[in-house]
Structures are given as C-alpha cells and as structure tokens.
Ligand binder design. Sequence first.
Ligand code: SAM
Length: 215
Amino acid sequence: MPAFRPPSDWETVYAAAEGYHFGEEPSQIARTALSFYRLFEGPRDGLALDLGSGEGRDTAFLAGAGLKVAARDVSPTGLAKTRMLLARTGVSEDRVDLEQADIRDFAYPAETYDLALAANVYQFLTLEEAPLHIARLQSATKLGGICAVGVFSPAMAGWGAQIGDHFSATADELLAYFSPRSGWLPLDRTEYWTYRPVNEMMVSFAYVVARKELR
Ligand SMILES: C[S@@+](CC[C@H](N)C(=O)[O-])C[C@H]1O[C@@H](n2cnc3c(N)ncnc32)[C@H](O)[C@@H]1O
C-alpha cells in the first residue's frame, strides 16, 4: 500500500465520505477543552471559536453545551454537513456563526473567545505560518479563557506517513508555546497514537489545552 499522505483537498474527502469522515462524536481535544472550561466556570453562554471546523463534530458539541460558536472551514461540504449535524442534534443554528473561509484571512479579534480551538488545522498551513497562527489564536483568547491547539505529531512519520511538508510538533514542543512565564496555565499536554481504519494505519497527534492567566 502506498504511504499515507494527508489530504490537501478536504472538500473531496468530505464529499466522498459515507456519513462523517471524522464521525459525529467530538474530538478528544474539544472534550478536554470543554471539561476544563467548566472546571474553571467559564460563562454558560460564552463565545467559542472552532477553526478548521470540518464536518462540525466539535462545533455541534460546543454549541450543544450552550456556547455560541464561530466556526470556519474552507470546505462547503464540511459546512453543509455541520448544518445537518446541528439539525439532527437539535442545536439551533442561531448559536453558530458558520462561514466558509480560509483561516489565513481570519481576523483573530483580540481577547474575544472564552474557548478558542484549532483542532488539527494548523498542520495544513506552511511551516512559517503555523506558529504565527498559534500566537494569533492565543491573543484572540480572553483573559481567563481556554485555548486549545492540536497538530500532527512527528511520530506519525515513524508509521510511514509522509508529513514532511506539514507543520508538526511533539506535545512538549507545543507546550513551549504556552509557558507560564508568558501567562499560560497549561492544563493538558497529550500526544497519542491511534489506528485510523479509513487510512489503514496509525496516526499520531499532539495537543495542548491551556488557560490564559495574564495578557
Ligand atoms: C484534519 S481536518 C480537522 C477537522 C475538524 N477540526 C475535526 O477535528 O473534525 C482539517 C480541516 O481543516 C480545514 N482546513 C485546512 N486548511 C484550511 C484553511 N487554510 N482554512 C480553513 N480551513 C482549513 C480542512 O478543510 C479540514 O476540514
């Protein structure tokens, strides 16, 4: 079997998928971010950001939990599936500001989001862009808010994936962006390997969830 290369055309992936390519259940990073959000008593109807929202599993999860969610993705099929998931799970579209957009054009309004999530999207930016977007996501997180970033772990290459052109980070490398000296309280640092049947291989990811304590 040829080595796995991450897709560059997610529109085709989502359009070809039977049902939801990533499933309908929320990602591990979104579940972790929301559990800390609640632990720190984030506002019940706070504002969340889901960048690279895909088919909407995390958008639906966060909106279903009572947050207002701004979700952005380039894939129109991903957005259409998000709308279907919201309808099916009984979450009002009024809770979601859903737009087709390239995140490179996203304004990252300062100190705006109570929960700011970028789940496995920054690896699709260039090696130069990705760290800048992590910093912009951090600045868009409100003081006291939760910021969560997940990307490929370089360990995936060990399983034969061709991710050389993609931004990747170990959990410790990601954690270095969230140092207490720069005002962050790290809450979760995870790196995991999981078998993905659609790709017939192990894939590996790293993520960090942190609370913004200082500007
Ligand atoms: C690995 S998927 C993750 C989707 C979602 N976060 C999840 O976990 O289900 C990456 C997503 O990022 C989106 N994406 C990639 N580059 C993007 C860009 N420059 N602007 C907006 N979305 C982008 C893709 O369309 C895709 O939906």
